[in-house]
Ligand binder design. Sequence first.
Ligand code: FES
Ligand SMILES: [Fe+2]
Length: 361
Amino acid sequence: MTVRAAYPLDIISNAVGPACPQNWYLVASSMELAPGAILTRMLGDAEIILYRGQHSQRVTAFAAHCAHAGCHLGHGRVVGDDLRCALHHRIIRPDGNFGGSAPRTPSSSSQPAFPAVERFGGIFVFAGEHATFEFPMPEISAIGPVTVRSLPPRTFAVPWSTLISNGMDIDHLQAVHDRKLREPPTFRRIDEHQVRLSYCASVTGSHLSDHVMKWISDDEIRASISCIGGSMMLVESQVGRHRTFVLLSMCPSGTTGSTVRAVVGVPGASHRLGSKISARLAAWLFQAFLTKDVAILERMRWHEPTVEMTDGDALMVRLCDFFRGLAEFEPTHARPQLKAATHLLPVAARPTPISRAEAIR
Ligand code: FES
Ligand SMILES: [Fe+2]
């Protein structure tokens, strides 16, 4: 038994790892963003806007405040594939460069843009200037088409690390989820961005969803839970002859905790009735599984175990080490740099003003 240093009694923050890791975040469902529409979302402390181009239908993600003078771009308008800011009508191209007939704008003032992709009916944005790793794809999506179903978003007043730790806590499987491990679980580091827990369990519960799960799985549920970039979890399961995945994104918000958005997928083309029914059933079973966590997470102050009493505690310690090694998303645009106050310089040192004729050239 390993004894670790106790936490101070006056724990103020129970977050482990960065407040908002550099990661892919599911910020909206594709259906929420029609061509020409603009949405606002939070990534940690940073506000972002998303819009869909009218020609290309592609999604662009920008820092929410205009690099020119700080107008909120949620007031803007989509013009073709560009965005027009509401305050001075400057045109911002999808790469963040200002264009159109705008006066010259230094390249350092281009609009901060974030990598964005659409996968499985959702819009994912990378919190960081460049994506430092590829978007994770579930195994079944490499085999053939998948049918997906979004789960309703849910906000919890806890950090993302609490939610991920709960998802990978093998000791609570029996206590909360009525699942009994059939063999010892494995926990591996896949690479610097990913760890994976794999286990095989049987059902011990007596809820309707437990009976359905027991019947479908023949009482053998194989699950692999990958924690990707810290705040994303990919659950891939083999339930009898059925394979499913659930991709969960825990999006930190500075004021509210974390918003969980998730999408469930099953193999099969989306126009097939059988695939639609399977996706609906998988979503219902997964929601029934998650519902058992909801009350437990309320007012929780989860922290790393101070004493390793079980294999689950040892696993949590390794998970926390992984969390602590993650890179933080530090949006430079969140606090705009003050430009040199040139009016305070001696006249000789002031830059030559650009004439109006030059400015509109
Ligand atoms: S503030 Fe956006 S164009 Fe001026
Ligand atoms: Fe749980």
